[in-house]
Unconditional design. Structure first.
Lengths: 79, 365
């Protein structure tokens, strides 16, 4: 019985640790994402024209592909 | 780090937050523009004047709302904070690449052939006329160079590119940029009205807008107001003209370093690629995807919707970004030169586009 309780405790501990670790990963990503986006925008602010051209092309192609795989429906973006 | 970046950081908040606040403002205004358009679009006669509601297309509403909100946001001291989200060029380029996904590559090739001829005639004639007239009015060489490039090629981007090549002052760029937008906004509305009064075929009208209106955003706006084919041809003609930015920037850098500054070393030809509008490649690839038949009708509808949204965001930003404060500092001579050159540009573009798109390449469109 004691062994079983220990295993249960350990499993629970492992589960809690995993949750905490997962939360840290999410927190770290959430913390660094604005910084990452901020870096991109800062470069944009510095009038590096080439970035804006490529950025626009990248965004347009992501939208294009999402439309081609029917992920974006015509009704959602009807103007 | 540039001064603007430092100022932006001092204003409080990160660049991301500033961008998001500005972006939300632009999106809300775009929704309003769409709503206004929806209210009048089906009306057969506006105010009983016989003007159909269809002429009040979304570029007009979007630019007007941007213009109205411009002083309001400045008055509320929100403008500078939200400015990173006002991205005319970014939204416009996204819209142009998406526009490519609705145009057959054959049309691009045919229209581009005419556009190259038209572009060379227009850019050379308007550039040298503007340069000469600026000299007669005693404008500084750097201002003449920035203004001539802006009026002959494509407004804001060309002004920035040429300013880098001739090392123009910051206030000269701001001044020319304001001039470009102040003249382009009325032209965006007037040009389609004139074209309509002249019963101009859509390809000819599109070529005229592309060769005549100074900013790419206003060109697309004028084309959108006139019709779908006009929008496509206007965009192709303007983008063909935009490709010439790099060549002109290189020639200007060469002239200013060797003739004006008397230096022996020559600028690198790599500036041609550096100034090449890379999104044009995206536009061509998107057109090839469409031509190969890889876009079904559902996807086509979604892409058209997203393209219109992107353009609407760009038109809102165009109104928001108008700055007229620099006019007083530089005096009225450059304004007079710019207006005379704009009239010259408009008349010449009308003749050249009729000749090329009405006579040389009429059937292929």
């Amino acid at each position: 019985v004691e062994g079983g309780a220990l295993t249960e405790d350990l499993t629970e501990q492992l589960w809690v640790d995993s949750l905490l670790a997962g939360r840290e990963v999410v927190k770290s990503f959430a913390g660094s994402f604005p910084h990452f986006l901020s870096q991109i925008l800062r470069r944009e602010t510095m009038k590096v024209k080439i970035n804006e051209d490529w950025l626009a092309t990248l965004i347009a192609f992501v939208l294009l592909i999402l439309a081609m795989v029917n992920f974006i429906k015509p009704d959602w973006v009807k103007f | 780090m540039t001064t603007s970046t430092v100022k932006q950081e001092k204003a409080g908040g990160t660049g991301t937050v500033n961008f998001l606040v500005g972006f939300v403002i632009v999106v809300v205004l775009a929704f309003l523009a769409r709503w206004f358009k929806g209210q009048v679009y089906g009306v057969e006669s506006l105010f009983g004047l016989g003007i159909p509601g269809k002429v009040l297309e979304f570029p007009l509403w979007a630019a007007m709302l941007g213009l109205i909100m411009n002083p309001i946001l400045k008055g509320l001291k929100v403008f500078e904070y939200a400015k990173p989200g006002f991205r005319t060029e970014l939204f416009l380029k996204i819209g142009l690449v998406l526009l490519g996904a609705g145009i057959s590559f054959k049309v691009i090739v045919t229209a581009a052939a005419g556009a190259i001829i038209q572009g060379v005639i227009m850019v050379a004639s308007v550039y040298f006329f503007s340069w000469w007239l600026g000299g007669k009015f005693g404008l500084p060489d750097t201002l003449r160079a920035v203004m001539s490039t802006a009026v002959s090629i494509c407004g804001v981007s060309a002004a920035i590119a040429s300013a880098g090549a001739v090392l123009a002052k910051k206030e000269e760029i701001t001044y020319v940029t304001a001039l470009v937008i102040v003249t382009a906004l009325p032209l965006m509305v007037i040009a389609p009205l004139i074209a309509g009064a002249m019963n101009m075929p859509e390809p000819v009208a599109g070529a005229w807008f592309g060769g005549n209106v100074d900013t790419t955003a206003a060109v697309v706006g004028a084309g959108t107001i006139y019709g779908e084919t006009a929008q496509q041809i206007a965009s192709i003609v303007k983008q063909t003209q935009n490709v010439l930015i790099g060549v002109v920037a290189f020639l200007l850098a060469l002239y200013f370093t060797t003739v004006v500054e008397g230096k022996k070393e020559k600028p690198s030809a790599s500036i041609i690629w550096k100034r090449f509008p890379k999104f044009v490649l995206g536009f061509i690839i998107a057109s090839l995807i469409f031509t190969f038949g890889w876009i079904n009708s559902d996807a086509s509808g979604a892409i058209k919707g997203m393209k219109d949204w992107a353009f609407c965001l760009a038109f809102v930003c165009m109104g928001l970004e108008l700055e007229v404060a620099g006019f007083k500092k530089m005096g009225w001579s450059p304004v007079i030169v710019y207006l005379i050159v704009t009239v010259f540009n408009t008349v010449l573009a009308l003749g050249v586009s009729w000749l090329i798109f009405g006579w040389l390449f009429p059937a292929s469109l």
